[in-house]
Design a protein around this ligand. Structure first.
Ligand SMILES: [Cu+2]
Length: 468
């Protein structure tokens, strides 16, 4: 029995959400996947959806109710499910008591649709986001608020949802897919979500580490069970929606195929035992069911030391369980063939680079400064290719995020990246340097780059890239 995520009391389920499985006659949708936003458009290649952000009261844990911020009444919000080439129109209403935005994390789109701190939506106001999903960008993304200085609070209150962009021509065989959104949270005795006073000791630790909570959620469920048949292969898309927690993902003793990252599939699948999933980052995995009926395998978060010694949590070496994968009693599934080559990723050419940017991550600062929205930190032109050398000079990890453009990693501490991938998130471990290459295709604007530990971002660990 799954620990259900029950909608309760004052939050009626809105008309905008629908079960993940939309066909008539199918069994109840798998509660381990969020609902999907209903497309209200009748036009071809158009996805038109309604999203409202509002206060809701939900049961996040058994026996307790929590006041949350929710997209269309659920945490996580319903998934934006689109195809390459689709034109997306989002009718957004802010029914929150504070300004907000929706940032379409990782999607290559016009500046006007970015939902950055430059584009706040006041309480009670509506806004239409509009963009076209570009060819070649199939992958897993997510959406969340990105208001000035309040991102950690708004996401911690429950505002996050997944985005799946399907390929026009997907190289992987058709199989059951799961969207697995990871988050953690902290609750007070009365069930309310706990945020520490900034001036308190805990507030200081949160500001340093990024706010963590002891309760780990998979799509709003605590330790749900996912079913799989013996021999079946499932495609899992993982999203890290936590404010500060970096997950070291493993499937208790089993390997899985790592097939993709932030911006979609790799060129080749990689068989691995574990994956580091930094804040804001996504991965695609292929998981295979093995063993007799009733066999249980646990998806775990292994210990990972991202912390500065002075604020490292006492229990940081704890292995945490995320979900159970249980083999059903159904007949064994015949093996399917996973192609050895998934797609071609054209490398960005370092010899075309017209600038090398040096980005130094200090504690809460970038290049010695905190965020100033009236300042431009990096100025460049549409179409330019540049190398960014991102150096972390302090004793804790800082995950780098760039808005608007996917990049490729050239090397980490001088070691060439072993495989190509499109990325918008990159963990920069303590006292290390990574070099990335990026081309500013298509869209001028003022784009944010920042640390994706939300407490760091909110305290100004962010800069402005102006593309003209
Ligand atoms: Cu940081």
């Amino acid at each position: 029995m799954l620990s259900g995520f029950v909608l309760a009391l004052s939050a009626p389920r809105t008309a905008h959400t629908a079960p993940a499985s939309r066909a008539v006659g199918l069994p109840e949708p798998d509660p381990s996947s969020p609902p999907i936003l209903v497309n209200i458009s009748k036009l071809p290649k158009t996805v038109e959806v309604n999203i409202t952000a509002a206060v809701a009261t939900l049961s996040m844990q058994p026996g307790a109710l929590s006041e949350v911020f929710a997209y269309n009444g659920s945490v996580p919000g319903p998934t934006l499910d689109v195809r390459e080439g689709d034109h997306v129109i989002v009718h957004f209403r802010n029914n929150l008591p504070e300004p907000t935005t929706i940032h379409w994390h990782g999607i290559h789109l016009p500046f006007e649709a970015d939902g950055s701190p430059f584009q706040p939506i006041a309480p009670g106001k509506t806004h239409d986001y509009e963009f076209t999903v570009r060819a070649g960008t199939a992958g897993t993304y997510w959406y969340h608020p990105h208001p000035d200085r309040r991102t950690g609070f708004a996401i911690g209150k429950g505002l996050f949802g997944g985005i799946v962009v399907h390929a026009a021509d997907d190289p992987l065989p058709s199989m059951d897919e799961k969207l697995i959104i990871l988050s953690d949270n902290r609750f007070l005795q009365d069930g309310s979500i706990g945020f520490a006073e900034a001036a308190s000791f805990t507030g200081g630790v949160d500001e340093e580490n990024g706010r963590e909570g002891p309760v780990l959620f998979v799509n709003g469920h605590v330790m749900p069970t996912v079913s799989i048949r013996n021999g079946e292969v499932q495609r899992w898309r993982l999203v890290n929606a936590s404010a500060g927690r970096i997950y070291r993902i493993a499937l208790s003793g089993h390997t899985f195929l790592h097939v993709g990252s932030d911006g979609g599939l790799f060129e080749k699948p990689l068989e691995v035992k574990e994956i580091l999933l930094t804040t804001g980052e996504r991965v695609e995995l292929l998981v295979r069911g093995t063993g007799a009926a009733g066999t249980r395998i646990v998806l775990q978060d292994l210990p990972y030391d991202r912390y500065a010694p002075q604020t490292r949590p006492a229990d940081w070496q704890t292995t945490r369980d995320l979900l159970t994968l249980q083999t059903t009693g159904e007949a064994v599934v015949n093996p399917i063939t996973i192609p050895a080559t998934l797609r071609k990723i054209t490398p960005l050419d370092p010899s075309k680079s017209t600038a090398v940017r040096t980005i130094v991550f200090g504690q809460g600062i970038i290049n010695g400064k905190t965020m100033d929205m009236s300042r431009v930190d990096v100025s460049t032109r549409v179409g330019a290719t540049e190398i960014w050398e991102i150096e972390n000079i302090v004793g804790m990890d800082h995950p780098f995020h760039l808005h608007g453009f996917q990049f490729q990693v050239l090397d980490r501490d001088g070691v060439p990246e072993p495989y190509r991938a499109w990325k918008d998130m990159l963990n920069i471990p303590k006292h290390s340097t990574a070099r990335i290459i990026v081309r500013y295709d298509d869209y001028p604007g003022k784009w944010m780059f920042h640390c994706h530990i939300l407490d760091h971002e909110d305290h100004g660990m962010m800069g402005v890239l102006e593309v003209r």
